[in-house]
Design a protein around this ligand. Structure first.
Ligand code: ADP
Length: 189
């Protein structure tokens, strides 16, 4: 190869390498943690909004046994997984322990939390600042859902389902079915 040809090849490989590195560097991952007990349309609204801003959004189901969840961790994870299985850039996972350690282990740069009303703010603000104390490189981003979901919570959905009400406007069909099964099982006991 002539000297000119060699230089050209070198430059070409430099450019290809550089482009590959740049692609890796801009890959943005965010974690959306929660109990998701169970997943609601409010959660889905937030995760789809986040997916427009990040390359990858991980819906991370927290074990949170101290909250005495209605659904087990495996059940909550399966409901989330089914809801996002065809959504590009969104994946489901489960974790136990410190959120910040999980975020680092997934090589994520930020955490998404949903804010419905002022009542969410105090707790979320405290959590975000505590997480920043634990690792100041991880940012917390607050997102608002569509206004029709601002009243929606997993707790309210469980209460309506427990009393036999229709939750089809608030959760995906497979979550509605799971709630029906859970409460009909409870009634038989
Ligand atoms: P956690 O027990 O961690 O609060 P949740 O499953 O209740 O878990 O909620 C996970 C996140 O989703 C929280 O940031 C919460 O504020 C947010 N969230 C819950 N319901 C809604 C909703 N209807 N609209 C927007 N954000 C929501």
């Amino acid at each position: 190869m002539s000297c000119l040809g060699f230089c050209f090849a070198q430059q070409f490989f430099f450019l290809v390498n550089h482009a590959a590195c740049a692609t890796v560097a801009v890959m943005r991952t965010v974690i959306y943690p929660g109990s998701f007990d169970p997943l609601t349309n409010g959660h889905l609204d937030i995760v789809h909004r986040a997916a427009k801003l990040f390359d990858r959004v991980v819906m991370a189901v927290a074990k949170n046994e101290d909250k005495h969840p209605l659904f087990t961790l495996d059940e909550r994870f399966a409901l989330v997984k089914q809801a996002v299985k065809n959504a590009p850039g969104i994946e489901a996972d489960a974790f136990d322990g410190l959120l910040i350690e999980y975020v680092v282990s997934r090589k994520a740069q930020a955490v998404i939390r949903g804010l419905r009303a002022v009542s969410d703010f105090e707790f979320e603000f405290q959590l975000a600042l505590m997480n920043r104390k634990l690792n100041e490189n991880i940012e917390t981003i607050f997102m608002m859902p569509k206004d029709t979901y601002t009243f929606l919570s997993s707790r309210i959905v469980k209460e309506i389902a427990r009393l036999g009400g229709d939750v089809s406007g608030f959760v995906p069909p497979h979550v509605r079915a799971a709630l029906g099964k859970k409460f009909s099982a409870t009634k038989k006991i």
